[in-house]
Design a binder for this molecule. Structure first.
Ligand code: C2E
Ligand code: MG
Ligand code: MG
Length: 325
């Protein structure tokens, strides 16, 4: 009944809209996405397989969101924080040699009340341009650290918590004090936190970033270069920033079996990480063959659908934390 009302309401709103394109996209969304409010709780009702598909963009509001202009998305994003439309998913980070879970990465999801689920690749870069990444990034860190603390208090083992941060955040003067404040308020051990520098924006001022990273490292926080091998200037970052780990971009892992140059590149990145005394994590591992290759090359850790897609906190806890007690 409630679901029917929501659908009717949705149809009414739809009639009021002018743009044909938007109407078409809404119809597509209605058919393809499950809205959180219809399901009561976020993603409740989606099967594991559907969630995995959602992670791959198949059920997400991606196509729909693409049809909107930046202005539409921007004004919706501004309200999203107030409306609590964001959520964090968690994906396990696994030790290649032992198969044990050593940590988790928090990944942002936006359940827009009118766009459906939008994946971060489709809105992070816009928030970087408008500066909205600053409050959103703070929300993400606070939320992830609070959740981590609650898991610690529940007696779960002290795993690593990886949180993405934009290059834009790293160049904001308020960033390091914000991290200090969040750590203090949530009471988590900084040695368990790893901040990943994502590649969606360029680090214009490497000297400033270097200073900020030094301060974070001095606090005990780990810093990794995300999506290593693609994007702006991975090697320069590596050369100039005091990072503790690198994450090999999933495109290299995806093409491991098809492309012999990918094998060479992945082996070289792993060997380079070893020589530099850095930890190395492979992203996007989906098949045993890929994992076998990484094991042979002595890659430290991996993430990927082979173990699990990113999961809502409660599901992550049930699947990976409570079983470890
Ligand atoms: P990332 O940090 O490199 O995260 C890995 C992405 O690969 C995630 O996409 C994850 O869902 C996806 N993935 C994991 N395993 C597999 C696999 O086996 N196969 C494939 N094909 N994909 C896999 P997601 O969650 O859509 O995030 C995309 C990007 O958005 C992230 O890439 C990160 O750069 C950015 N992002 C996510 N959350 C945040 C955030 O809180 N802050 C910032 N600044 N950026 C974020
Ligand atoms: Mg990441
Ligand atoms: Mg990555």
């Amino acid at each position: 009944m409630a679901a029917k009302n929501t659908v009717n309401q949705f149809r009414c709103q739809k009639k009021q809209r002018q743009s044909k394109q938007i109407e078409m996209l809404e119809a597509e969304l209605e058919a393809k996405t499950k809205k959180p409010k219809e399901n009561g709780r976020l993603l409740e009702g989606l099967s594991y397989e559907e969630e995995a598909k959602t992670e791959m963009g198949e059920l997400s509001g991606v196509t729909y969101a693409k049809g909107y202009s930046g202005i539409d998305i921007d004004s919706r994003l501004k309200k999203a924080l107030e409306r609590e439309e964001f959520a964090l998913y968690y994906q396990p980070i696994v030790d290649v040699a032992s198969g044990k879970i050593i940590g988790m990465e928090a990944l942002l999801r936006w359940y827009s009340s009118d766009l459906g689920m939008v994946c971060p690749d489709h809105f992070i870069s816009l928030t970087e341009k408008t500066g909205l990444i600053i409050p959103i990034g703070e929300w993400v860190l606070y939320k992830a650290c609070s959740r981590y603390k609650a898991w610690q208090e529940a007696g779960y083992p002290p795993l690593r918590l990886a949180v993405n941060m934009s290059a834009v955040q790293l160049q904001d003067t308020g960033f390091v004090p914000m991290v200090e404040k969040v750590l203090k308020e949530t009471g988590i051990n900084p040695n368990h936190l790893e901040l990943e520098i994502t590649e969606s924006a360029v680090l214009y001022n490497l000297d400033y970033a270097k200073n900020a990273i030094k301060k974070l490292r001095a606090m005990g926080i780990g810093i990794s270069i995300d999506d290593f091998g693609i994007g702006y200037s991975s090697l320069e970052y590596l050369n100039r920033l005091p990072v503790s780990s690198i994450k090999i971009h999933k495109s290299f892992i995806e093409s491991l079996e098809m492309n012999s140059s990918s094998k060479t590149i992945v082996s070289a990145i792993i060997a380079m990480a070893h020589k530099l005394g850095l930890e190395v994590i492979a992203e996007g591992v989906e098949r045993h063959e890929q994992l076998n290759f990484l094991r042979k090359e002595k890659c430290h850790y991996f993430q990927g659908f082979l173990c699990s897609p990113p999961l809502p906190a409660v599901k992550f806890e049930k699947s990976f934390l409570s079983v470890s007690l």
